[in-house]
Design a binder for this molecule. Structure first.
Ligand code: ADP
Ligand code: MG
Length: 307
């Protein structure tokens, strides 16, 4: 592009809350044929709310294997889970803690607490070994999620994120947080697909939840990469990028920075973290996925008019 075209493009971008980092970025944006969206905070609001607390185990199925967990009704499940999550900054954890406080449940300080990124938390609460997290977390601690699987699958097919509570080596509860899909996510995906752009979803969340969200916004099930660990997100982008595709990755979080750097074009959306903005080629000032389309239109428009 000529310096003039670059200047016009970056200026129009800035006026529209689309910040291009340098002139060659405009050309790369024009050539994008694939857009990969992060889920949480990008296609969804990223504001979790606790929607379900379910006790499983002896009370639910009449068995008596879990003697120490006998007192765990719904409030007991929520109390232990929220106490374990008390010191976690993860949005899923904040929703559990807020949910407990709203229900007037008093939390206790965990005796020990450890964050397990991409999995959940491990804590000692009132002398009990407590896990709150996904299937992988429980599997890594040899806890069978079987008794809770039906409940979790039902919640996940509603697009919620289900989390398991394990106490002293046995699953005793399921909690679910729900996030809201952004109002304009579907419009953005539709416009990209009309342009002939492939659209993908990459997330650390589980397959069923990811697919439910993908369906809501119009992304095909075969274009969903779920249960991607934070450190593997850039590898996921790379694998989509392999057959010569020019991939734009759109994300908001710290987790996304390496993937943004790996992609042909990295886009940080909304109030995005400093790390994400640093790694990105384009920063969208607003929190609106249709600005991805706007960015592409600006680059196409200015580069075709001024040669
Ligand atoms: P995302 O890509 O959606 O930001 P993460 O990589 O942070 O997700 O986490 C992936 C999954 O690990 C979550 O969907 C959740 O199942 C589980 N998880 C992570 N942190 C926590 C936590 N503090 N409490 C419960 N579950 C968690
Ligand atoms: Mg995110």
């Amino acid at each position: 592009a000529t310096p003039a075209a670059t200047m016009v493009g970056t200026t129009i971008g800035a006026q529209n809350g689309v910040l291009f980092k340098g002139g060659d970025v405009l050309e790369r944006v024009r050539d994008v044929d694939t857009v990969v969206f992060d889920k949480t905070g990008t296609l969804t609001e990223g504001e979790m709310e606790l929607t379900d607390v379910v006790a499983v185990g002896p009370r639910a199925d009449g068995g008596s294997q879990l003697e120490r967990a006998d007192d765990l009704d719904e409030d007991g499940v929520l109390r232990l889970a929220a106490s374990a999550e008390r010191d976690s900054e993860h949005p899923l954890a904040r929703a559990i803690v807020d949910g407990a406080e709203e229900r007037g449940i008093d939390l206790v300080s965990p005796d020990s607490f450890e964050n397990v990124p991409g999995h959940g938390v491990r804590a000692t609460v009132e002398g009990r070994q407590v896990l709150v997290g996904n299937r992988r977390l429980l599997a890594d601690h040899d806890v069978d999620v079987g008794p809770a699987e039906d409940v979790a699958e039902r919640l996940e097919s509603e697009g919620k994120t289900a989390m398991f509570l394990a106490v002293d080596g046995a699953v005793t509860g399921v909690l679910a947080d729900a996030d809201t899909v952004k109002e304009t996510s579907k419009e953005a995906v539709t416009a990209l697909r009309e342009r002939g752009t492939d659209v993908w979803l990459v997330t650390g969340d589980n397959e069923r939840t990811a697919r439910a969200v993908a369906e809501q916004v119009g992304i095909d099930a075969e274009h969903v990469r779920a249960e991607v660990l934070p450190e593997d997100k850039s590898e996921a982008v790379e694998s989509i990028q392999t057959d010569g595709r020019s991939v734009m990755m759109v994300g908001d979080g710290v987790n996304d920075a390496p993937a943004l750097a790996t992609a042909y074009v990295g886009v940080a959306i909304g109030s995005g973290t400093d790390v994400a903005i640093e790694a990105a080629d384009v920063t969208l000032m607003r929190d609106d996925p249709t600005d991805v389309v706007r960015a592409i239109r600006i680059s196409e428009g200015t580069l075709s008019k001024i040669k």
